[in-house]
Design a protein around this ligand. Structure first.
Ligand code: ADP
Length: 505
């Protein structure tokens, strides 16, 4: 039949594989979690071999469970935790150090130096990013500077760098393809998102030999084929590896946001809002970042992106620290047990606030408490606080591109919360559209792969495969929404610039 695609979804806490049929329906899923390594406060690492092992095992398991034959599998697509940095020996395949994970703050002081040198505008102009320890560039520098012998080996051309997509593709293809798709390259802080090539000046400043860098490639093309001798994958030898995009752009694609002005928000531990800006790489004036979202059939699509650092995590906090709920799903009944928030606002600035405020010194706050405030008001305020932060991101996007956003597409663990979705629609005064199939990230990667090998003919077909589960429309008047949001802005202001010492060091 040759019309199934397997998507590899390499996340921060687990590696998953999902077999999709040509209708975009998941057939089987396999998932293996793996350990987080915290060598010091603020440092986060993964073992690259464990990432690979769990990913290959999940691929083998999802395929086996499906009962399909190897000829049913047209190709493999990959989506991944972005920015996480791996350096390995190109002859032995041995990593020289653990993967430095996107969350890791160890390079904050390198970033401070770059900012002090006045490189900020150059970085934004070339890479679309802000200087921050999230992105791969300073992580590569750290490995080269701190792991004995590594700089010399890199300069001799013996080492390769890659984000997780690149590491997996290199291994799947037996070292034949050292490539990274433009969306992943866009998150390194050394990639020129307009010229689609590595930026020599930034590589030189960070001391990164360009021989280590993967070849930047489109998101949908045959990069190579599954190599001989991979454990458990003998049956799939020769299957094309043919699609790749970072997790957030893959979700934007998987949500069918293929036209400029369309946007999605993922409600997970944090929130990630991405808006398709078409062939234009917009530079934000509101602290958002710009990346290549995908490149298919020679057409490049850019996205504007903002994130809320703590969203679902504030619900975990209600559960684990305040202990006012036993499970995340209970928060909906708690929130709807009161008719309104009773004037209580919760700002989940546990680790500072991202766009549009970019205040690393902000801290969480609950304001507006009265003697009559109850746990229900606090639960409700936590959910409302998520929705307000997403509105602030979309307002910032509107400010940058005048998007005329007509509907927000949603996914992620907390998008099952109907109260949150209704309130989001109310404060945005726009419809919220939740799909039936919430594996949008994996599906985006599968679709990119399927396009390269003819399972799907055209990008526009993805729209026909997406089915809405529920559309929430505004039930609140625009006036009331504006008053509530105005009060939220005052509450968020109270949380800003709270911490007095530098938390990044
Ligand atoms: P991630 O991919 O970031 O791990 P998920 O997409 O799996 O996150 O979503 C999990 C998050 O969603 C958790 O932070 C959890 O608190 C939150 N969550 C799960 N169910 C609900 C719910 N019914 N209402 C609100 N938040 C929820």
């Amino acid at each position: 039949m040759n019309d199934h695609i397997i998507a590899l979804d390499q996340g921060t806490t687990s590696s998953r594989a999902i077999v999709f049929n040509s209708k975009g329906t998941p057939v089987t899923i396999a998932q293996y979690p793996f350990p987080q390594i915290y060598p010091k406060p603020g440092w986060v690492e993964h073992d690259p071999k464990v990432i690979l092992d769990t990913q290959l095992r999940s691929l083998a398991a999802a395929f086996e469970k499906s009962g399909l034959s190897p000829t049913d599998i047209a190709g493999i697509g990959i989506t991944n935790q972005r920015e996480t940095t791996i350096v390995w020996d190109k002859n032995t395949g041995e990593p020289v150090y653990n993967a430095i994970v996107w969350q890791c703050r160890r390079t904050a002081s390198i970033c401070d130096e770059l900012i002090a040198e006045g490189l900020g505008d150059y970085v934004t102009e070339k890479t679309g990013l802000l200087i921050d320890a999230y992105f791969s560039g300073t992580k590569i520098k750290w490995i080269l500077d701190n792991v004995p012998g590594v700089r010399e080996r890199a300069e001799r051309g013996e080492l390769l760098f890659g984000t997780v997509d690149c590491w997996i593709i290199w291994n799947l293809t037996g070292g034949a393809a050292h490539v990274s798709d433009y969306s992943n390259c866009s998150r390194t802080m050394i990639f020129d998102i307009d010229k689609l090539q590595w930026d020599e000046k930034l590589c030189e400043r960070l001391g990164i030999p360009m021989s280590m860098l993967p070849t930047p490639v489109p998101s949908s093309m045959v990069y190579g084929h599954i190599a001989k001798g991979l454990p458990g994958l003998e049956m799939l030898e020769g299957t094309p590896v043919c699609g790749s995009a970072g997790d957030q752009p893959a979700a934007l694609f998987g949500q069918g946001c293929i036209h400029p002005g369309q946007a999605k928000n993922t409600y997970g531990t944090g929130c990630f809002t991405l808006m398709n800006t078409g062939s234009k790489s917009v530079r934000s004036t509101s602290g958002l970042v710009t990346s290549v979202a995908w490149s298919v059939n020679g057409e490049l699509t850019y996205a504007l992106e903002g994130s809320v650092f703590n969203a679902g995590s504030s619900i975990q906090w209600l559960r684990d620290e305040l202990k006012i709920i036993d499970s995340a799903s209970e928060v909906e009944a708690l929130a709807t047990s009161v008719p309104d928030n009773g004037g209580v606002y919760l700002v989940s600035a546990f680790t500072g606030l991202g766009a549009p405020r970019w205040d690393m010194y902000a801290r969480g706050a609950i304001v507006g408490l009265t003697r009559g405030s109850t746990r229900a008001h606090i639960g409700r305020a936590a959910l409302e606080g998520i929705a307000y932060q997403v509105k602030d991101l979309l307002d910032a996007m509107d400010n940058d591109v005048d998007s005329g956003l007509s509907v927000l597409r949603v996914d992620g663990g907390a998008s099952v919360n109907n109260f949150l979705m209704q309130f989001q629609s109310d404060v945005l005064q726009k419809p919220i559209d939740r799909p039936v199939m919430v594996e949008t990230t994996a599906f985006g990667a599968a679709f990119l792969a399927g396009l390269a090998v003819g399972v799907w003919k055209d990008v526009s077909e993805i729209v026909t495969l997406r089915v809405s589960d529920k559309v929430f429309t505004p039930q609140m008047s625009a006036e009331e929404a504006a008053v509530l949001h105005g009060t939220w802005l005052r509450a968020a202001e109270r949380a800003c610039k709270w911490e007095v010492k530098d938390i990044q060091e």
